[in-house]
Ligand binder design. Sequence first.
Ligand code: SF4
Length: 112
Amino acid sequence: MSNHDRINLPRRRFIEIAAGTAAVASGLLPALAHAADLPHLSATDPTAKSLGYNPETKNVPSSKYANHRPTQECGNCNLYTGAAGAEWGPCQIFPGKAVHARGWCSAYVAKT
Ligand code: SF4
């Protein structure tokens, strides 16, 4: 190893770390931005309607959905892929749309 290489080693290592960090960040940021940009699912969407989606679980009529429990909501559903604490997030049942974290539909599956 020449003196030139020894001097540049920390600089080279810094560049490698910076490039790695940038690569990881560039992979994550589009996913986060994408989730935030999704249009909100409307309760009048035909699929949402057929599954009884309601953006507020407290407003789900228990007379119509006997299996519904007030503690069930998108935020604790296994099919919800939104970030913890986010108001809206993606759901595997409704690709390309964001559901409300306090919403509910009859496809609800408790997180295990
Ligand atoms: Fe919410 Fe789960 Fe229904 Fe998706 S499947 S809308 S996350 S209750």
